[in-house]
Design a protein. Structure first.
Length: 238
């Protein structure tokens, strides 16, 4: 564990991110960096995720939020970034696309289940909930969560639950939790430029669908053919 290197990296990123910012913003961003250094000493965070949290936190601070990172919500849930201000609270959960070895043969299902479980578990703890990700990763958000809760069917929620129950069942997420869950924003976090961009989930979903030629179907049935799962594959040349 190289604490000095970790601190130097985060301080360097904070300095670059806050170039031109007011003193109050800089002070709060460096306080976040110090908090992450303390967590690194306890072997609770890593530099790649901490860098994303720092850049995201700086973006929220500039929007007037009081920000905490690695904030405990209850005895089992810790959110990545929590912001509060007069008009309410916001949680940002950051996804980098990591796939563990045990999910190597079903990476897409794992990613969708992870995203679905995060939206359902974390969104009740704040007035607004967002997913954050890098510009180099595409979030495979089920369209179910892009729709308002009033437009979601119980049958769709049952499919989502079946997907998440494979790995996220301690405790299992209930059908009603999926139906009530909210996804208010997508944050694109660019560590290279130390900047963030906030998108409406519908805009993000439509943009990703157009770029990746994804269908709007949920694509949750593992027995479906590839094009039914959301990917249009070219026919082999004869």
């Amino acid at each position: 564990m190289d604490v000095r290197r970790f601190r130097a990296d985060l301080y360097g990123l904070a300095t670059r991110a806050c170039k031109g910012d007011e003193h109050e913003v800089r002070s709060k961003v460096f306080a976040i960096a110090d908090m992450l250094v303390g967590l690194y000493r306890k072997n609770l965070v890593k530099i790649n995720h901490s860098a994303l949290e720092l850049v995201c936190a700086r973006g929220l601070i500039k929007q007037g939020y009081d920000v905490k990172v690695e904030h405990m919500l209850n005895r089992t849930l810790v959110c990545d970034v929590m912001g509060t201000r007069d008009d309410g609270s916001l949680i940002v959960e950051i996804e980098t696309g990591f796939i563990p070895p045990e999910a190597a043969l079903e990476p897409s299902n794992y990613a969708r289940a992870r995203i679905a479980s995060k939206i359902a578990r974390y969104s009740p703890f704040a007035g607004r909930f967002a997913l954050g990700t890098t510009r180099s990763y595409v979030l495979d958000v089920p369209y179910f969560f892009v729709k308002p809760p009033s437009d979601r069917s119980r049958a769709e929620a049952v499919q989502i639950k079946a997907l998440t129950d494979v790995r996220y069942n301690k405790p299992p997420i209930q059908i009603e939790e999926f139906i009530r869950a909210r996804l208010d924003s997508i944050f694109l976090i660019d560590v290279d430029t130390a900047s963030t961009k906030q998108l409406d989930p519908t805009v993000y979903f439509e943009t990703v669908s157009n770029l990746m030629d994804l269908h709007r179907a949920l694509g949750l049935n593992p027995k479906r053919r590839p094009h039914e799962l959301g990917f249009k594959l070219e026919e082999p040349a004869s």
